[in-house]
Design a binder for this molecule. Structure first.
Ligand code: 4AD
Ligand code: MG
Length: 469
């Protein structure tokens, strides 16, 4: 039996394999001079060069086409070419499926430049392209190191329900779930599957809070759903969120955790995904007119300085002064009490501070009911992490742990206390100060890979009017 290896294993330990017989499988990327096949199996951005034996049957050679899936047994040799260290001299080649070259020409597998929009239309095939496979490998490494970070810092991974009766954030629409026939005029939800109206969850936070009040440190990592009609390059209707929740944590500790956590992830990706980052860097230089070393410098910048921390009130003051001083006209006027729009966030991060900014103590009127009220009675202990190009990447807060205050905030925000009786109840059984945040996973992948559109960093994006694949 000849042992099977991935292209990555072979190329990484090239020297050790020289003159060894190996088995390799993958898809053909190119075929030149009836002898050189480049093979990719997805394990790495690099291809393996295969030298076909000159005794191959003509009929078989005809079947060696771009996109075809093959199995090769061969001997690893030091390459004469300069492009690669090793190559494989084939002894036996089996074709799983030979692809018709005419079909390939119409697909994104045809080796030439295709737009990212075109790749999205053939999302089922884009895993085979250099650009998308790079992004997917990086996506994996980010997810992996998130679990690693929390595990090493004593957090427990918590699975919160996807089906819920609540809108934790209190804003935006939710996707309803039902087994009822909604064509009927009067729908009696008492007869629905769960005996009540249910939705896909927008956040696992409230449940994570209850768990943190027993386990100390927990985090969730799962899909969340929002039926907002935001057709932007940063919004998905189904996206992945990481929500740590920590008992006995005040806002400042929460802010520090967010910063350390983000820096750990960026560091990990620089240390572990360099090959893919270099490819993306070149891609962005070539096709997106980004300046030389754009991506790597952007990532290094995150690590270089402490994030800037300013209160919402200070942020408003800066924006107001800048507007007056520099004759800038924001589309949305700067008034204390308004929500920061992307134009404001971008101004603060990309133009003013030029590093990530954490804004805290927002007006209570624009934030969710669960955030802890400050002594001024006007602001809550919220915090948003704003990143270059992306804007808000994290939203979090210290939670209102005082029963009476929480009840009051629920009343003020028209939050149904009957549905949330269990959440309120935790404030009567040894309540403690606690905090947490939500990191938009897809936005983070977008930042790390330098993609303009969030639809290009998730396998099958769900956006308004689009649930294909
Ligand atoms: O600010 P959000 O709405 O916060 C929450 O959901 C809290 N329950 C989190 C917590 O405190 N545990 O969302 C958190 C993050 C945002 O900062 C953003 O990065 C991302 O989720 N996000 C989206 N990402 C992609 N598409 C969307 N439609 C998103 N909406 C929010
Ligand atoms: Mg938010």
């Amino acid at each position: 039996m000849v042992k099977k290896y991935s292209v990555k294993e072979l190329l990484n330990k090239g020297k050790l394999f020289i003159d060894k017989k190996v088995l390799i499988e993958g898809w053909i990327r190119s075929f030149r001079y009836s002898i050189f096949v480049t093979l990719n199996d997805g394990s790495t951005i690099q291809n393996l060069q295969i030298i076909l034996s000159n005794k191959l049957d003509k009929k078989l050679i005809k079947k060696i086409t771009i996109g075809s899936s093959i199995r090769v047994i061969g001997i690893v040799k030091k390459s004469i070419g300069t492009k690669q260290y090793i190559e494989l001299q084939s002894l036996k080649i089996t074709i799983y499926e030979s692809v018709d070259p005419v079909i390939i020409q119409k697909s994104i597998l045809q080796p030439k430049k295709h737009s990212l929009e075109k790749l999205r239309e053939q999302a089922h095939l884009r895993f085979r392209t250099n650009i998308f496979s790079c992004i997917m490998r990086i996506r994996h490494h980010i997810a992996f190191c998130i679990h690693k970070y929390f595990h090493e810092h004593g957090f427990f991974y918590l699975h919160t329900p996807i089906i819920t009766t609540l809108n934790c954030e209190g804003t935006g629409r939710m996707f309803q779930i039902t087994t009822m026939d909604l064509k009927k005029k009067l729908v009696d939800y008492e007869k629905d599957f769960f005996k009540c109206k249910t939705y896909l969850s927008v956040s696992g936070q409230l449940e994570a809070e209850t768990a943190s009040l027993g386990l100390g440190k927990v985090y969730t990592f799962g899909p969340v759903f929002r039926a907002e009609n935001s057709n932007t390059s940063r919004h998905l209707s189904e996206f992945w969120m990481i929500e740590p929740e920590i008992a006995f944590y005040h806002l400042k500790e929460n802010i520090n955790l967010a910063e350390n956590f983000l820096k750990f992830i960026i560091r990990y990706i620089i240390d572990n995904s360099m090959e893919d980052l270099i490819f993306l860097n070149k891609y962005l230089e070539k096709w997106n007119q980004k300046k030389k070393n754009y991506l790597l410098e952007k990532l290094e910048l995150i690590l270089k300085f402490p994030f800037k921390k300013i209160s919402y009130t200070e942020a408003i003051k800066i924006l107001d002064e800048e507007e007056k001083k520099k004759n800038i006209k924001f589309l949305h006027p700067i008034i204390w009490g308004m929500d920061l729009q992307s134009e404001h966030e971008q101004y603060l991060v990309d133009k003013y501070f030029k590093i990530p900014v954490i804004v805290f103590d927002y007006p209570c009127s624009i934030k969710a009911f669960y955030m802890r009220m400050n002594n001024d009675g006007k602001t809550v202990r919220a915090m948003d992490v704003l990143f270059p190009e992306i804007g808000e990447i994290i939203g979090g807060s210290q939670r209102e742990e005082r029963y009476d205050m929480l009840l009051q905030r629920m009343k003020d925000t028209n939050t149904d206390k009957n549905k949330l009786w269990w959440y309120l109840d935790t404030r009567r059984f040894g309540s403690v100060p606690h905090s947490g945040f939500g990191l938009g996973f897809d936005r983070l992948v977008q930042f790390v890979t330098g993609m303009n559109n969030i639809r290009d960093v998730i396998p099958y994006p769900r956006t308004p009017k689009n649930a294909e694949f």
